[in-house]
Design a protein around this ligand. Sequence first.
Ligand SMILES: [Zn+2]
Length: 303
Amino acid sequence: MISIIIILLILSNHFFLYSQDLNFYWPVNTHHFVISSTFGESRFDHFHSGIDISGGGNPIFPIQSSKILYLEFEGMHTQRFISGTGNQIWLEHEKGYWSGYYHLEKVFPPDRGIYYHLKESFALTGNTGRSFGPHLHFFILSDYGKKIINPLLILPLLEKDTTPPEIEFIAFLVPEKETIKIHRFVSEKKQEIRLTQKRDIYLKVYDMPDHRNLKRIPYKIEWIFKNQKETKKNFIVFDYIENHYGTLLLNGKYKFNEIYYLDLIKLGSFEYVNGENIITVIAYDFNQNKAQKTFTLNIKKEY
Ligand SMILES: [Zn+2]
C-alpha cells in the first residue's frame, strides 16, 4: 500500500515538466490550469505584465527552489488591507530571476527558514486585493527585477491550444465632439473610405484557447501595408516590459499608448493613395497557431 502511494506521489510530480535551459516549472498543477490572461494584454491604460491562471484554492509551488524576497499578507497590517495585489509573495531564483504571485488566499511558511523547496507549496490561489474572481496573477522578473518577462518564454509549453487567433477588424479612430468614434472594417471585400486627414489604423485581434471563451492577446502580430507607392512591414511581439525611469516600456521601447488605444492595437499611419490600399494582418499564438486576414481599403483622400 505504501509503495502504491509513493508511486502515485511520483506520478503526480509529472506536472513539474522540465524547461531546457533555465529549469523553471509551472507554479500550478498543469493538468488543470487555464491561462485566462496573457502577457502584454491591454488593461485600458496599462499593460498586463504577467499571466493570469484561473481558479481558487489551488496549491502554488515555486517555479524553482527559492528564497523569499518579499511577502505581504493581510494579517501583517493593523489597518484595513488596501493593496490591489492582495496577499503576495516574491521569490528569488538563480541568475537574477525573481517571480511574484498575487491575490493569494493563504500563505504557508516554509519548512526551512526563508527557503522553499521546489515541491513545497507556499500558498493557495485566491481572490484577495483587487481581483474579480479567484485567480493567480503570476509574473517573472529577470536582471534582478529590471525586466518583467513573458513567462511563456521560459516555462515549458504545456497548454494545449489548437485554436488560431481571431482577427476581428481594423479601424480608424475619428474624434467627434467629446468622444472618439471607431470606424470598423471587418470584411475582406473592398471598402470605400473617405479620409480627411492622414490617420492611424488600429486592429482588434484576440487569441482564444480551445473550449474557453477567453479573449487574450496573441503573442505576435505582423502587418504588411501595400499600395502602388509603398510596401511597409512591421510587427509587435510581447516579450518583456522594462521599467525605464518609472515608465513601463514594452520590449524596452514602446509606451502603452504607442501600442494600444483601449484594447485596439495601433498599427500606425501609412502613405495612403487614392484607390487601393491593402493591409494584411497575421497573428500567432504561442502554440504556432496562425491567422491571416487581408483588408482592401479603397481610399479617397481629401487632404
Ligand atoms: Zn493578472
